[in-house]
Design a binder for this molecule. Structure first.
Ligand code: UDX
Length: 470
């Protein structure tokens, strides 16, 4: 990180605002301030602005609280709710507000993006670039450019560009300061120059840059997330085949991953994807493609979504199987609530969906998560929560691992075994050492893996045979 941060700036630094201080915006604002830019974070939520100003990050992201403290202390970063102040301050405005899925539709709700662009445009009195970072349906940037031109007192002073964000929760700072690539969607050289100045240290560090039109830039984000979702559902579809054939999806994934063309990343089978991006983005993409009359082109994403939903139902089936075929009154310890480890985000979390399905089948469900308990309680008040990991597994008939936090992965099966009523484990994330659990007397099951580890034994048998032949 210091390699980028220590570099002097060659061109005059634009002053940056970041509109929307949620996950994406807060990380962007703090990261840009750490690179030496003067940054003003803007939000309509006074409480959020107050917390950030006090140095409190309103969500769990490793490393960010320390960086926020440093940025505030350096004087490079401030926060406000005033759009007047923002328009006067900023040369480049990054719009980072949410585009959640609309209720009752697969479409993205663009109200917050439109409001942010308009609020800045109406107040522009100097040469300004408004850059969208939010994930939007292709064609939105052009429409926003028209809205901005209509709202601005002098349309020649203001321009729109698109700069999609690829940050992963849990690695947000790293992904912002050291992205795999930068994508600038621009319609003029002036916009490209401003964006280059706004990312100078990141570009100087050798980050690949793709300069594109705004439509391509918008598409890159949904295309990337659709690809990742497809890759996850692909291996989970293979898990379904493994389940009926007795093959082992873990071994299959590992054999596939040695093919460089396929690679190991996002090929981890299990409970599937959730979170604020992948599920919503593939649905909004399908919706937009249908609007454009090319719904058939991404029809496969319906299947990707459906495979993903089936994994959750199938996990419930597996827990029921281990509980003896009937969940009524069975104590089920659910390990994890967040949609993935190192995050307290529970949006579209497979873990909570499974916990709630188990509860709906009259199981006595208790949930524990190291970071996401507050958010989980708020969204799923009907579930019971344990104050500690140990309390959660105490007396359990079945334990089900739903989010692969390190402390669950590293737990000692023998010690955990002392606490439960029955040593029965469903590993929803293929994250545990099956042999260690089985040796400690657990019945261990994972989607797409045989109930008994025949495949591994066969591999070892073959090894023995080969050794005997030598
Ligand atoms: C994602 C994209 O990775 C990021 O580039 C984009 O900008 C925002 O959306 P994020 O939502 O933080 O990031 O989560 P990610 O790490 O991609 O994981 C998404 C989900 O897929 C999680 O629920 C995870 O558990 C699941 N997953 C991931 C798998 O089930 N298997 C895998 O192999 C990888």
């Amino acid at each position: 990180m210091t390699d980028i941060i220590d570099q002097p700036m060659a061109t005059p630094r634009p002053r940056l605002t970041v509109v929307g201080t949620g996950y994406l915006g807060a990380t962007h604002a703090v990261s840009m301030a750490s690179l030496g830019y003067e940054v003003l974070g803007v939000d309509v939520d006074q409480a959020k602005i107050d917390r950030l100003t006090r140095g409190e990050v309103p969500f769990h992201e490793p490393g960010l609280p320390e960086m926020l403290d440093e940025a505030l202390a350096s004087g490079n970063l401030r926060f406000t709710t005033s759009f007047d102040e923002a328009a006067e301050f900023g040369d480049v405005h990054f719009v980072c507000v949410g585009t959640p899925q609309l209720h009752g539709s697969h479409a993205a709700n663009l109200a917050y993006v439109e409001a942010a662009f308009t609020a800045i445009a109406q107040r522009v009195r100097k040469s300004t670039l408004i850059v969208g970072k939010s994930t939007v349906p292709v064609g939105t940037a052009e429409r926003l450019a028209d809205m901005v031109a209509a709202a601005a007192p002098d349309p020649d002073l203001v321009e729109v560009a698109w700069n999609p964000e690829f940050l992963r929760e849990g690695y947000a700072v790293q992904d912002t300061l050291h992205p795999d690539r930068l994508v600038f969607g621009v319609s003029s050289e002036r916009a490209e120059t401003s964006l280059r100045a706004a990312f100078e240290p990141v570009l100087e560090a050798g980050t690949p840059l793709v300069v594109a039109d705004m439509k391509t830039a918008e598409l890159v984000k949904v295309a990337a997330n659709s690809f990742l979702a497809t890759k996850i559902s692909y291996i989970n579809a293979m898990a379904e085949i493994c389940e009926v054939t007795g093959a082992d999806v873990n071994l299959l994934a590992s054999a596939l991953s040695y093919d460089d063309r396929i690679g190991a990343r996002f090929l981890k089978p299990g409970l599937g994807f959730g979170g604020g991006c992948l599920p919503k983005d593939i649905r909004a993409f399908m919706h937009r493609a249908e609007e454009l009359g090319v719904g058939h082109a991404v029809e496969f994403l319906h299947e990707v979504d459906e495979i993903n939903a089936r994994r959750r139902r199938r996990t419930v089936d597996l827990v029921r199987e281990l509980a003896g075929g009937d969940l009524r009154g069975m104590r089920i310890a659910c390990l994890g609530a967040a949609f993935k480890p190192n995050s307290d985000d529970i949006r579209d979390a497979p873990a909570l969906d499974v916990a709630d399905m188990l509860r709906a089948q009259a199981a006595d469900v208790v949930v524990y998560d190291p970071e996401a308990m507050g958010n989980a309680r708020e969204a799923y008040p009907q579930l019971d929560y344990a104050p500690t990991f140990a309390e959660c597994v105490k007396g359990a008939d079945v334990v089900v691992l739903l989010t692969e936090w390190a402390r669950f992965r590293e737990a000692d099966p023998e010690m955990m075994g002392e606490l439960v009523r029955h040593r029965a484990m469903v590993d929803g994330r293929h994250a545990l050492d099956a042999d260690a659990y089985r040796s400690a007397g657990w019945e261990y099951r994972a989607l797409g893996r045989p109930a008994q580890p025949q495949t591994v034994r066969l591999v070892e048998d073959v090894k023995d045979q080969v050794a005997a032949m030598a």
